[in-house]
Design a protein around this ligand. Sequence first.
Ligand SMILES: Cc1ncc(C[n+]2csc(CCOP(=O)(O)OP(=O)(O)O)c2C)c(N)n1
Ligand SMILES: [Mg+2]
Length: 480
Amino acid sequence: MRLAHHLKPAFAVPGDDLHEPYLELAERDELVRTNREDTAAYAAIGAAEVSNEPAALLATRGPGLAHALPGLACALADHVPILCITGEPLDQGFQSLLPSLESNRARLTVTRDPREAARALARSQPAVLTRPQTPDELEPHLRETRPPQPTDGEIEEVRRRLQGRKVALLVGRGCYRARATEHLERLAERLNAPIVQTMRGRGVVPEYHPRNYGVVGLRGWANHVLREADVILALGARLTERTLPEEPDAEIIAVTLHLNGPADLHLECDPAPLLRALLKQPPETRPWRPERREPDEPDLHAYRVVKTALRAWIGPVTLDSGQHTPLALLAARLSAPNELIHSGAFCPVGFALPAALGAATRTPEPVLAITGDGGFLATHHELETVVREDLPVTVLVLRNRELGFTRQTAGLDDPEPAGMDLPTDPADLAEAYGTEVHRLERDRTDELHRILRDAEMQREPTVIVVELPREDVPLPDRPG
Ligand SMILES: Cc1ncc(C[n+]2csc(CCOP(=O)(O)OP(=O)(O)O)c2C)c(N)n1
Ligand SMILES: [Mg+2]
């Protein structure tokens, strides 16, 4: 067992799929928790190099494995024997790296041809262009690239299937990409149909619109609309275990560039031209009005803080991955899809601050990043960029002194023995970067409101740390 002996300690960031090995190693005191998986991999390289024995890291599915990639690439290039253990499932889209890289529909485009790169972008996919040129050289190609359009036969088939039936319009973020808001509102009126949204499709049609019934899926409150419909017209929406927690009886017509679910009819095209065609010649559907339901609000400190922040802030808000994510998604009411920016399918810890930095370069409004203390520790170095570029970014750190979400899903009462505690004060770090810093006790939501309003007016880089107790957010009925 020479090898096993030398695979100690393991470097790791915890995640839902890793609880068993992670907790066992923590109990044996054979674990060093890092804040990111790339640094876990580099630490493993250091351990392997210094001992001339293999070393190991644990990286959670999807974003964890993705963060580990630079370290794995380094080990490949330098011939260093490191082992990366992950619990990534190969049959789910949510938080998975390998299926999305391997699937035929969602293959990563790697090309020397700018036209091919432009085609990928037009389909809302990333591209790797292996040619050193400036990005603006792609613009002419982008202008001449259109996503696939529906054929007349396809449009007629959709019309036929909607005829005389109770239709629900399921709106995903593909409708934002297709700039379809206005068509959607008018079509819902013409068809007498309710609109429901995937989590990522929120705000494409304003959430206060009388025909918008809210969110469907694992954490949604409008699933009954899908249950009662005869036909679901899913537009630019993902159909997965997250968006359709139970398979509906209704017929599903999916109009999307990225089909990944149980559709009876699939049109692989841009939803906007189909909407325009249906508006020109609408089918006679059966009018109906489902019951309107609202989600229950949890009695949690973190919920009140997040809700206060979302009400106080006028500009765009980014979310991280952690206990605040479901709470913010519950408290938010959007009138446009870019008011709230979050990762629906990948959910990497450390997303909110860099995403806010990026957003602030393309909107005149100040941007608020909401993050946990773990998320902040993962990418706080980007505060240096925010300060250097003088960007109007405010970071709200919800400090519960732990990796709360993973501690909770691992079923632990105490984060400390598992290395999931976070003693570092984020406010001290923020001071080192030279931002405005505010420390707040949990019950000062009135003060939080005022501080956020001031920060938005002042446009100075600001970090607000709110102290929170350890508390558990309600988990969805079905595992993600
Ligand atoms: C890159 C990456 N590594 C690990 C995870 C697994 N993960 C999900 S939530 C979470 C804890 C986040 O802690 P914190 O930011 O303090 O938020 P809290 O849950 O305490 O509110 C972790 C480690 C992930 N989603 N992404
Ligand atoms: Mg935390």
